[in-house]
Design a protein around this ligand. Structure first.
Ligand code: RB5
Length: 164
């Protein structure tokens, strides 16, 4: 797959680690910066990666900051981006299986390097399950500025599937 990756200064080292791991495991990686540990503002890099992803320049994105929180907040402002802050194997797996997340957010100050690599491996190798989860993912999108569901998305879920 084509992977876009970016970070801020706090996430720089983990970005390098994850970019190398993605290359080693057969992916084509585009590094959107920063090029060093000089202080930068995480939204600048989250927005750049989100725009590149939505422009079709990559299949999945990876963002690293100190906690993963700010990157996820900024990336999720872009309609069509589903950025998931993942802490472990379980959240990485279900972010893909159920949420069809297209951007992985990792915290360099909250997640050790071994777990970060494990999260990346799972995120990049787990497919979206589709089915009832597709309907739910479609309902995530709202009309910009209104808080209303986007036109053309499925009606509310039947009760029988509420708990699955
Ligand atoms: C930078 O100090 C830190 O605020 C940033 O990396 C990130 O954790 C924000 O969410």
């Amino acid at each position: 797959m084509r992977i876009l990756i970016a970070a801020d200064h706090a996430g720089f080292d983990v970005k390098e680690l994850l970019g190398e791991r993605a290359r080693e495991t057969g992916h084509e990686v585009t590094d959107l910066g920063p090029p060093n540990r000089d202080a930068v503002d995480y939204p600048d890099f989250a927005h750049d990666l989100a725009r590149a992803l939505l422009a079709g320049k990559g299949d999945l994105g990876v963002l690293v900051c100190g906690t993963g929180i700010g990157m996820a907040m900024a990336a999720n402002r872009h309609r069509g981006v589903r950025a998931a802050q993942c802490h472990d194997a379980f959240t990485a797996e279900y972010a893909r299986r159920h949420n069809n997340a297209n951007v992985l957010c990792v915290g360099s100050r909250t997640t050790g390097p071994g777990v970060a690599v494990q999260i990346l491996d799972i995120f990049l190798s787990t497919p979206f399950e589709g089915g009832r989860h597709l309907r739910r993912v479609e309902k995530i999108e709202v009309e910009q500025g209104t808080g209303l569901r986007a036109h053309g998305t499925a009606p509310p879920a039947p009760d029988k599937e509420r708990h699955s």
